[in-house]
Design a protein around this ligand. Structure first.
Ligand SMILES: [Zn+2]
Length: 275
């Protein structure tokens, strides 16, 4: 699944490559998929996108917004899989969204597990569930140490949460997912099960620094190596803590990296560095 760095990469590349192109024909794909969330019928999607011009896209958290001018915004939300640019007429066998441009190039999107491919009248996209009221994300200027510190304080009166829950659940920090969270916890020297109620100020500062730096580095490197960008190329960000790290020496201390199952997914961690 894409996380914030992959959406940032797609947004940047769409602005390099797609902005200004005119849609000759839009379609909602050639293969059914139970977990793609559409908000238009295929006929409406084709009618509403025809002749529209791609504007400058933006992202927030795990949501990518592509203006189709005049009047509409195409939204890719919480999806994974592949969003690909095709300079010529060759397309993948299966896709769930297709924009054919007047210059002969095309965009296809095929999601892997689930995701939203929705078309809104401009402005309405901000009203969508999970977009409306989204908390500050790690690339927003508001995401300061003071903000994170106050967020953690505000969560202490509710249910007991761990660091992994803070990073990956309920969009508390939108844009992070199970993949990048592993490296954030490693860099912050925090165990996934560490209760947020027990984070002292130094640990909170370490966590804030790890979030901001890891996200920035992954964006700068074009997303994770196990996802592909708009051009079908693997991203350059190689995770420190992932399936390949398990059983190998920790890059910092040499202890053997462990794999545990916790909160709906695997965690990879150093038992010496992370407490
Ligand atoms: Zn270690």
């Amino acid at each position: 699944m894409f996380e914030l760095p992959e959406f940032a990469t797609l947004s940047r590349q769409m602005n390099e490559t797609l902005a200004g192109k005119t849609i000759a024909r839009g379609s909602l794909g050639n293969t059914p998929h139970k977990f793609v969330w559409y908000n238009r019928t295929p006929d409406d999607f084709e009618r509403l996108t025809q002749g529209k011009v791609v504007g400058r896209s933006w992202f927030r958290g795990r949501w990518l917004f592509v203006p189709l001018d005049p009047g509409y915004v195409l939204l890719f939300g919480e999806c994974g899989g592949k969003v690909l640019y095709h300079p010529g007429s060759q397309l993948p066998a299966k896709y769930h969204l297709h924009l054919a441009f007047s210059d002969g190039s095309a965009l296809t999107a095929a999601t892997q597990m689930w995701g939203a491919y929705e078309l809104y009248e401009s402005g309405q996209e901000r009203e969508r569930q999970y977009v409306k009221g989204m908390r500050p994300t790690p690339t927003d200027p508001e995401f300061s140490f003071n903000y994170l510190n106050a967020l953690i304080d505000s969560l202490l009166s509710g249910e007991k949460r761990s660091v992994k829950a803070l990073l990956t659940q309920e969009q508390l920090i939108p844009g992070l997912g199970n993949a990048i969270a592993q490296d954030i916890m490693f860099r912050a020297h925090l165990h996934p099960r560490h209760p947020i109620a027990e984070l002292d100020r130094d640990q909170r500062e370490a966590l804030h620094g790890a979030i901001v730096h890891t996200v920035r580095e992954a964006i700068d490197q074009g997303g994770r190596y196990d996802e592909v960008d708009l051009y079908g190329r693997a991203g350059g960000y190689v995770r420190l803590m992932d399936g390949k790290a398990a059983g190998r020496p920790c890059p910092e201390c040499g202890a053997t990296v462990e794999k545990i199952q916790y909160l709906g997914g695997a965690c990879y961690l150093c038992p010496m560095c992370q407490a």
